[in-house]
Design a binder for this molecule. Structure first.
Ligand SMILES: Cc1ncc(COP(=O)(O)O)c(C=O)c1O
Length: 401
């Protein structure tokens, strides 16, 4: 095999999917899980679940310790410098909603929020709805033909009324790394807060949030081989301090009487109610597993596999790639063929890829497309998976043409 994966056996679901004759190539949507995570979840539940940060008893102390260890591991993963920068949420979407609600009091009518034309709905709709609630202007920076946010346009559109810039690090449709450094510099020069949607970027390579220099960075555990139901909001201390508390209940309160209450600062002040304890602990175990793989080896494998995917697509007639993907995925359309028909035939042949608008409807509409097929890769995929995909694609195209 041209591109084998040395880590395939670490993911029991890959063998299970193989027994069901399924090739899983929808990894940008969610990933399969390593045995190390399954073991951590089993260990937690088999040894005594307990709530965190409240109980005096031993199971509570163990759960709290493991939970806070995970916060520390996430802080290390992002090089945030201090685990107090890490807020656990229920996913990237809930982190972005937390930001849009938490920052709301900072805005005055006429203020501007800048996003880009390629944002996932999760990094569009919370800002769009905030803009509607507060009479703000949502400014959309266009994307060029390669799939990069247009820096010249950004320089024109980011101005003195800009309060927030919120952009993706890696596009979930186009697979392009965005020019974050110059974008963030433009926003900072105007005194705006910067939000990076790292939902896809965090999965590919290690990213240092201090070096990036953003105020906030969000991601979901489930795309990074971790459990679902948990996400991360990184915020610099002074940026977190600007967030209004947005959900109220246990854990986040300092003092309460019937008419008034005071609240804890971040991170616990932004984690109302019982958090996803097992999932947070599982995310920590997943990061331990990933750290041990060696980032260079993973990056080299992903690059080789991505190259294999692009070459295979480019070798076929009538296939048009969306943008110029750098890593991880490729989205495409085929001249004269509806993506839903193609997706249907791929599904029938056991190929799990994504078809449709990829939660970025305005981007696809702007390209004049109703949808596209997306093939997205993970570290456990190999070139045999892609060969199976290409065979199925050829068969489908023959039928449809
Ligand atoms: C770029 C991007 N942002 C945000 C999200 C939302 O992630 P979640 O649904 O896990 O909250 C996704 C998920 O596909 C994504 O690709």
């Amino acid at each position: 095999m041209l591109v084998p994966s040395p880590w395939r056996a670490d993911f029991p679901a890959i063998a299970a999917l193989q027994r069901q004759a399924q090739i899983y190539l929808d990894n940008a949507a969610t990933t399969q899980k390593p045995q190390a995570l399954l073991d951590a979840l089993h260990h937690y539940y088999a040894n005594g679940a307990a709530n965190v940060h409240r109980a005096q008893h031993l199971p509570g102390a163990h759960a709290t310790q493991a939970f806070e260890d995970s916060r520390h591991k996430v802080a290390q993963w992002l090089n945030s410098g201090d685990s107090g920068h890490i807020v656990f949420t229920h996913g990237a979407t809930s982190a972005l909603n937390l930001l849009a609600y938490g920052l709301e009091p900072l805005f005055n009518p006429g203020d501007e929020i800048v996003i880009s034309a390629l944002e996932h709905h999760a990094n569009l709709l919370p800002w769009q709805q905030l803009a509607q609630r507060r009479g703000l202007k949502l400014v959309v920076v266009p994307v060029d033909a390669e799939g990069l946010i247009d820096l010249a346009a950004a320089a024109r559109l980011i101005g003195p009324r800009t309060r927030v810039l919120a952009v993706s690090q890696l596009s979930n449709v186009l697979g392009t790394w965005q020019p974050l450094a110059p974008l963030l510099a433009l926003a900072k020069a105007q005194g705006a807060l910067t939000v990076v949607d790292g939902a896809q970027g965090v999965v590919h390579g290690r990213h240092d949030v201090q070096a990036l220099g953003c105020d906030f960075y969000v991601f979901s555990s489930h795309k990074l081989y971790g459990p679902d139901g948990v996400g991360v909001l990184f915020g610099r201390h002074d940026a977190l301090a600007q967030l209004r508390h947005w959900q109220f209940g246990g854990e986040m309160v300092q003092d309460a009487d019937y008419q008034h209450a005071t609240f804890r600062p971040a991170p616990l002040g932004l984690e109302a109610g019982t958090p996803p304890i097992a999932a947070v602990i599982g995310l920590g175990a997943t990061l331990d597993y990933l750290r041990a793989l060696g980032q260079d080896a993973v990056a080299a494998h992903e690059a080789a596999l991505h190259d294999y995917l692009l070459r295979g697509l480019q070798a076929r007639n009538g296939i048009r790639l969306l943008g110029r993907p750098h890593v991880a995925l490729a989205s495409f359309v085929v001249e004269g063929i509806h993506n839903a028909d193609l997706a249907h035939l791929l599904t029938e042949q056991g190929i799990a890829v994504r078809a449709g608008h990829h939660c970025a409807m305005p981007l696809l509409k702007g390209m004049g497309l109703a949808g596209a097929i997306r093939v997205s890769l993970a570290l456990y995929n190999d070139s045999d998976d892609l060969e199976r995909f290409f065979e199925a694609l050829d068969q489908a195209l023959e039928l449809l043409r």
